[in-house]
Write a protein that binds this ligand. Structure first.
Ligand code: ADP
Length: 184
C-alpha cells in the first residue's frame, strides 16, 4: 500500500528491513543497546560490527537507551546510511503506560531523523515481537503517531516494513480504519 500524508509518501510493505534503501532504518532495540534477537539481531548481522561499536560508545556516554527514547548510529554495511535505535515497551497488560511509551518510541525516532536532516526512513513493527505488544493496537498507535507528526513535518518517505503477510494486513487495516481511531 502506498499513500500520501501531506507531501510525505507513506508506504506499507512486506519485506526485510535490513534490505531497505531508505536513508535510515529504525531498529527495535533494547535498553542495553547491545543487540538481541528478532529485528535487532538481523540489523546487526546485516550491518556488521561497526554498529555495535557505535552503540557501545553511546552506552559509555549515556548508559544505554531508556524505553521510548531513540539514539542514532551509522548503518555500517547496510544500504541505509543510518540506524535509529529505539526501545519500545514490553507489553504487560496495558496498565504500565505501554501505549504512551510506544508512541514516544515512534515520535522520538521521527524527531531524531528530522533533526539529522534525514529524508526517508523505514520502521519495523516495534514491540510486537518478543515484547508482546498486541499488533492491532500497536499499528493504530504507530500510524496515528506518524500521521500526527506529518502534520507539522515532511519527509520524502516513511516506510513500514512488516515481516509477515499477517502483520502487513493488520497495518493496512489499521490505516483504512483511521477515521475511527480514538487515540490521543
Ligand atoms: P520487539 O522486541 O520490539 O518486540 P522484535 O524484533 O522481537 O522486537 O519484533 C518486532 C517485529 O519485527 C516483529 O513483528 C518481527 O516479526 C519483525 N521482524 C523481525 N525481523 C525482521 C526483519 N528482518 N525485517 C522486518 N521486520 C522484522
Amino acid at each position: 500500500m502506498e499513500t500520501k500524508v501531506g507531501k510525505t509518501k507513506l508506504s506499507l510493505i512486506r519485506e526485510d528491513i535490513t534490505q531497505q534503501d531508505t536513508e535510515a532504518i529504525v531498529n527495535a532495540a533494547n535498553t542495553t543497546l547491545l543487540g538481541g534477537g528478532g529485528v535487532d539481531g538481523a540489523i546487526h548481522r546485516a550491518g556488521g560490527p561497526s554498529i555495535l561499536e557505535e552503540c557501545k560508545k553511546i552506552r559509555a556516554r549515556q548508559g544505554g537507551c531508556p524505553t521510548g527514547k531513540a539514539v542514532i548510529t551509522r548503518g555500517g554495511k547496510l544500504k541505509a546510511k543510518y540506524v535509529i535505535h529505539t526501545v519500545g515497551p514490553i507489553w504487560s497488560g496495558g496498565k504500565r503506560n505501554e501505549d504512551t511509551l510506544l508512541r514516544n518510541a515512534y515520535k522520538n525516532s521521527l524527531t531524531l531523523a528530522k533533526n539529522k536532516g534525514i529524508q526517508s526512513l523505514s520502521f519495523p513493527s516495534i514491540s510486537t515481537g518478543a515484547y508482546g505488544f498486541p499488533t492491532e493496537r500497536a499499528a493504530r498507535i504507530a500510524l496515528s503517531t506518524i500521521q500526527d507528526f506529518l502534520k507539522r513535518h515532511t519527509f520524502e518517505e516513511v516506510r513500514f516494513v512488516l515481516f509477515s503477510e499477517r502483520d502487513l494486513k493488520t497495518y493496512e487495516e489499521a490505516w483504512s480504519d483511521r477515521y475511527s481511531w480514538n487515540v490521543s
